[in-house]
Design a protein around this ligand. Structure first.
Ligand code: ITT
Ligand code: NA
Length: 181
């Protein structure tokens, strides 16, 4: 069996493949499910996974991931709008905005939805860290401005990031459930 990871983001797939090695194979599938405009990552992934499963046909199960960066001092912004903010404003300018705040605390949160036509299950993970000026060239997205224990996620390799990250934790919960289902 293969899990079809429905995403346009290769970085997510690399992390899932690394994490699920020995459990199952992960294949990237690009399908543009209608991304619900919602404040809830759960709602977005559940709707997306069910729509993608129905559209892609009754084969292997699908996985959808929605992730956000929530900056404490900015009331959780950009949160569910993180992709839009990265595309428009960019991470450097988000850092500049956050740098004016006393607290640089932020949290990544991922919700994964698995759908196989019979059931839909969600798994989540989050990690708290500190925003810093961009450093490192690994990872993707906001990784260069997110520091955890003295290093940014962009300064870690995939294994190191997976061991502590929002997505790593969500993938761990998923893998546990998937192996025992
Ligand atoms: P799909 O919706 O096609 O899966 P996406 O990149 O649009 O891909 P999200 O909406 O979940 O995915 O991502 C929200 C934003 O957060 C987007 O700008 C990503 O680059 C970024 N992001 C997601 N996971 C991240 C991670 O682990 N580290 C840093 N940035 C991340
Ligand atoms: Na997205």
């Amino acid at each position: 069996m293969t899990v079809r990871f429905v995403t346009s983001n290769e970085g997510k797939v690399t992390e899932a493949q690394d994490y699920l090695e020995g459990i199952d194979t992960v294949e990237q599938v690009e399908y543009d499910y209608a991304e619900l405009q919602s404040d809830s990552l759960e709602e977005i992934v559940v709707t997306g996974a069910e729509e993608a499963y129905a559209a892609l046909g009754n084969e292997e199960p699908v996985l959808v991931d929605d992730t956000g960066l929530f900056v404490d001092a900015l009331g959780g912004f950009p949160g569910p709008y993180s992709a839009y903010v990265e595309d428009t404003v960019g991470i450097e300018r988000l850092w500049r905005l956050a740098s004016e705040e006393e607290s640089k605390r932020a949290r990544f949160r991922t919700v994964l939805a698995y759908a196989d036509g019979e059931r839909t299950e969600t798994f989540e993970g989050s990690v708290a860290g500190t925003l810093v000026a961009p450093r490192g060239d690994g990872g993707f997205g906001y990784d260069p401005i997110f520091e955890y224990n003295g290093r940014t996620f962009a300064e870690m390799d995939t294994d190191e990031k997976n061991a502590i990250s929002h997505r790593g934790r969500a993938l761990a919960a998923f893998a546990d459930w998937y192996a025992g289902r």
